[in-house]
Design a protein around this ligand. Structure first.
Ligand code: IMP
Length: 431
């Protein structure tokens, strides 16, 4: 049992990219298990910033097997362009280091058009066709990665589905661009098939074989716990399951395969898109954190909403994912504030609630109750991280240590690392 999951504990964008990059260096196999190109991972290596949406984070390192499992939805155009971008940066992707499950679903042009004409605007989705693709998966009308292998079957499936979707688009009075024709979609996907079919694999079978060879497997989650389709702030969620257990479902391995689960927690909270956000800040502090933390979506460029750290949310995330450690990111972004607040619990009427309520009506009326901390000054964070190699937490300013220790005590969870800057080495590992 050598499987580790790494999961966002909040609403996504917790700064997972950098942590996954580190954990990938300690793993042999990296599996991306949910979502699609709605996700955006940023990794800064040296002077280069890599932004990617689909590829597992192990692609930056040599001799790793990267896998995309069945629960991911794949836009072939985006995948090919990501592979090409990395190639230009000197990182070679080939079927040797990347495999894609035969069962993963394909995002088709109609998914993107259908999303534009749905109530997705109310939710504030990324408009990448993610929801409509998962809808087709559940309706059993979707195309899968395996359909790229045989030209005849790909042609037939596109033909059938194109006709159905055209009727649907006409019925929903969506704007249908002139290039939306069977012939052009077919020629586009036949071209993708030539480039991508060599990557097709059975991820489940590969993982069982890796496990028998005692290889270390990292399951990399996209989005975050409260965007999970079951446990997030429904309907303001994504269409896949983001929590730890879904790694096993998507990858085709038993739950016992996962021996450890770690969470990534931003030192404050952010959310992109609509939906409830109990600790949201609507003042100049929120504005300051957004600017300092460069809180704009990797995928869509949208400004992220900002709020204080929310412990009820994190207590629930720990239960849902079974975290045995959390990585706190972007602590440096809080520097310079005179006061830092943390929501320790909620009040619903006279009741005190210490976890994220399941009943959405309760969530709507929940009032966060805050504990206040003294701020800390900006530092030479590179030096702090360097000192942290030997001095660990005590390399941080005193008020920052108080903040971290408070979180640890309240959540009763190990702090695996504290990240103090965007670069690979701006991190203090504690466990
Ligand atoms: P969808 O995943 O595009 O359907 O969008 C559903 C909701 O999830 C919207 O609020 C999006 O902004 C949000 N979302 C999707 N992917 C991410 C992500 O990787 N980080 C943060 N929010 C995301």
């Amino acid at each position: 049992m050598a499987g580790l999951t790494i999961i966002g504990a909040q609403f996504g964008d917790e700064g997972k990219g950098k942590i996954v990059d580190y954990l990938a260096s300690k793993s042999d196999v990296i599996v991306r298990f949910n979502g699609g190109n709605n996700a955006g991972h940023t990794v800064k290596i040296g002077k280069t910033t890599y932004k990617q949406n689909l590829l597992p984070s192990g692609v930056f390192q040599k001799n790793k097997r990267n896998l995309i499992s069945s629960g991911v939805v794949i836009n072939p155009k985006v995948l090919i362009s990501e592979i090409e971008t990395l190639r230009l940066l000197g990182i070679a992707i080939s079927p040797k280091n990347l495999g894609i499950d035969l069962r993963a679903h394909l995002i088709m042009p109609w998914h993107i058009l259908l999303e534009g004409s749905e109530n997705s605007k109310k939710i504030g989705t990324t408009q990448r066709g993610i929801g409509p693709c998962y809808e087709d998966k559940a309706a059993r009308t979707g195309l899968r990665f395996e359909d790229l292998i045989l030209e005849d079957s790909l042609t037939l499936k596109i033909k059938n589905e194109y006709e159905r979707k055209l009727r649907l688009l006409q019925f929903s009075s969506a704007i249908i661009p002139s290039e939306f024709s069977f012939a052009s979609i077919l020629s586009e996907y036949l071209a993708y098939s030539k480039i991508l079919k060599g990557y097709a694999t059975d991820v489940s079978s590969e993982l069982h074989s890796f496990q028998s060879k005692k290889k270390k497997i990292l399951f990399e989650g996209a989005q975050g716990t409260f965007l999970d389709n079951n446990f997030g702030t429904y309907p303001f969620v994504t269409s896949s399951n983001c929590i730890c257990a879904s790694a096993a479902v998507s990858a085709g391995v038993p739950p016992s395969f996962i021996s450890s689960s770690q969470g990534v927690v931003k030192a404050y909270t952010s959310r992109v898109g609509n939906g409830i956000f109990p600790t949201e800040l609507h003042d100049e502090i929120g504005e300051k954190l957004r600017t300092k933390g460069a809180e704009f979506g990797t995928t869509t460029g949208r400004a992220r909403r900002i709020g204080w750290l929310d412990l009820p949310m994190l207590r629930s995330a720990i239960k849902l994912n079974g975290f045995d450690g959390i990585h706190i990111t972007k602590l440096d972004v809080l520097a310079g504030l005179s006061e830092i607040k943390v929501a320790t619990h909620y009040k619903i009427g006279k009741k005190t609630i210490t976890e994220f309520p399941a009943y959405s009506q309760d969530l709507k009326t929940a009032v966060p109750v805050y504990e206040s901390f003294k701020g800390f000054e900006d530092q030479d964070w590179k030096k702090v991280a360097k000192d942290g190699k030997t001095k660990k937490l005590s390399a941080l300013p005193k008020n920052a240590i108080d903040y971290i220790n408070f979180i640890k005590r309240e959540l009763n969870v190990a702090i695996s690392s504290v990240s103090v800057g965007p670069e690979r080495d701006e991190i203090i590992f504690l466990g």
